[in-house]
Design a protein around this ligand. Structure first.
Ligand code: ADP
Ligand code: MG
Length: 495
């Protein structure tokens, strides 16, 4: 039982912490106008220092309540990074340093022996450093897993190991997938990465803000920039990407999320792997694909969707996720001819223990042209999570149709077109789509020529089985994946 004195102290602490977690605060902020920021209610002032590229990097700013709930903002170890949250006006108005608060040496100076050992250790470290430098100069590859810091899988990764200056993206992403939570890098590491990216050129525009190509330590990354108006979308997409066990070869590789306040407005960044071919829409508009190329793309899209839809049970499990905006503009093509599913901003997760969906859903979200019939006529049963997966499968069928048209088999292929290009105007309304898809029950045309090529015949049959009017009759993503997988074996195509 807790002793009375101890429990009254605890009670006082609780009261104190509740008291300071209420009003707005003014804090020192290096990057803000007048070097001052103001928190929302329940926010905190934040002070931090961490090693970046061997130098101390100090950060003073305001924290939102959401950030305070994050894993790491208010904690830190003295020799790696130090972070402080405090709760009075300008309480972060001092500069933190690493290494300055080492526990003081026991009384008395060092013995001669200790000095000798120190000199020996320092000179061996110097030798190793010189040797390493020589290796680097001679062209040793910068990014190999073998040489990377061997981390005990049971130990949490510390920020310094994660941010060591020779880390490349591939290693960081590897660290992410093996780090304890399996859900992404610590928030502070994400922030540090995001703040050392140099933007290069705008590469795309979608529903929210703009997508840029940026450079991080010489490597390309993609940065999706949301305006502060779209904060909820930024938060949601970052949250979905950090779902435990979501990482997959055919889901866009998430790297970091960051909110940067420049004084007058907040820029919200989402950093991911960059794919120079851009979206499947861009790719198919420019190029045709061989039979093997079509199978590879179809198999990777189906594999990505099957992974998204699948629930993995267990402590390191993942919930089933439905995308809700699958289309050729939200699939990206990798250099090796495979694809990843991107833009998870509208996705929903299934909580199978409570049989509920993690956010309130309105009936009609997504892109009208790709909406399933039950979404268009609002007969979709939103209380059943399967409904969202089935609507994704309908959209998958349309993406397969766009892909198959560009397959150049025996020299024959068609031009690139969006689904229903010949039946609705270029920016169709829900009503335009509903008439064609629900009332007239039209579907994109599957040309007869496809029958003469096994791969096109199989993909053609698959798409028809994806776009049935009855959602329950449609194939599952796993079924589609298995069928395309068989096709890939028959055609000697490897994912
Ligand atoms: P929105 O939510 O605004 O639709 P998306 O994430 O779909 O944003 O991105 C919009 C476009 O930007 C994509 O269609 C694609 O052309 C381009 N894009 C997005 N992410 C990347 C990336 N990682 N690599 C290359 N291009 C990308
Ligand atoms: Mg998009």
């Amino acid at each position: 039982m807790a002793c009375p004195a101890k429990s009254s102290v605890q009670a006082a602490l609780v009261v104190l912490s509740v008291a300071h977690l209420t009003a707005a605060l003014k804090c020192v902020c290096q990057l803000c106008a007048n070097h001052t920021c103001e928190t929302s209610a329940d926010g905190a002032c934040w002070n931090s220092v961490m090693l970046v590229g061997g130098k101390e990097r100090v950060d003073q700013t305001c924290l939102t309540p959401a950030e305070m709930r994050g894993q790491l903002f208010c904690y830190g170890s003295w020799n790696v990074s130090k972070r402080n949250c405090c709760f009075t006006d300008f309480c972060n108005n001092h500069t933190l340093h690493l290494h300055t608060e080492r526990p003081s040496q026991e009384e008395g100076g060092w013995s001669r022996l200790q000095w000798v050992i120190l000199v020996l250790v320092l000179s061996s470290v110097l030798c190793v450093a010189v040797l390493l430098a020589v290796c680097v100069v001679q062209g040793t590859h910068r990014c190999t897993y073998g040489r990377a810091h061997k981390q005990d899988p049971e130990e949490p990764l510390d920020d310094q190991v994660l941010m060591s200056p020779d880390k490349c993206l591939r290693e960081l992403i590897y660290d992410m997938s093996t780090s304890g939570s399996g859900s992404g890098l610590p928030l502070l590491v994400q922030r540090t990465i995001a703040r050392t990216i140099v933007l290069q050129e705008s590469i795309g525009k979608g529903r929210f803000g703009e997508v840029w190509r940026g450079k991080w330590r010489g490597e390309d990354v993609a940065v999706k920039i949301f305006s502060s108006r779209d904060e909820r979308s930024w938060f949601r997409e970052a949250e979905i990407y950090q779902t435990v066990m979501l990482r997959h070869d055919n889901i866009l590789g998430f790297i970091a999320a960051d909110n940067k306040d420049n004084g007058s407005w907040t820029q919200l960044w989402l950093v991911s792997e960059y794919h120079e071919h851009g979206s499947l829409f861009d790719y198919l508009s420019r190029f045709t694909v061989s039979v093997e190329g079509m199978i590879l793309l179809a198999l990777s899209i189906a594999s990505g969707l099957a992974h998204l839809h699948m629930e993995i049970i267990g402590t390191q499990g993942k919930p089933a996720i439905a995308h809700r905006d699958l289309k050729s503009k939200n699939v990206l093509v990798k250099k090796n001819g495979t694809a990843v599913i991107a833009d998870l901003g509208l996705a929903v997760k299934h909580d199978s223990t409570r049989n509920s969906i993690d956010i309130p859903t309105n009936h009609r979200v997504g892109t009208k042209r790709y909406m399933a019939p039950e979404v268009l006529d609002e007969t979709i049963n939103t209380t059943n999570f399967e409904s969202f997966k089935r609507a994704d499968i309908y959209s998958l069928g349309l993406v397969f149709w766009e892909l198959a048209r560009r397959c150049s088999a025996r020299g024959f292929h068609e031009d690139f077109q969006l689904p229903y290009y010949d039946m609705v105007p270029s920016d169709p309304s829900v009503e335009d789509m509903r008439k064609v898809v629900c009332e007239q029950k039209y579907r994109p045309n599957v040309p007869n020529q496809w029958q003469s090529c096994e791969a096109l015949r199989v993909i053609g049959k698959l798409m028809r089985e994806c776009w049935y009017t009855n959602p329950a009759a449609r194939l599952t993503a796993l079924r589609v994946k298995k069928t395309v997988s068989q096709l890939s074996v028959n055609n000697d195509v490897k994912l």
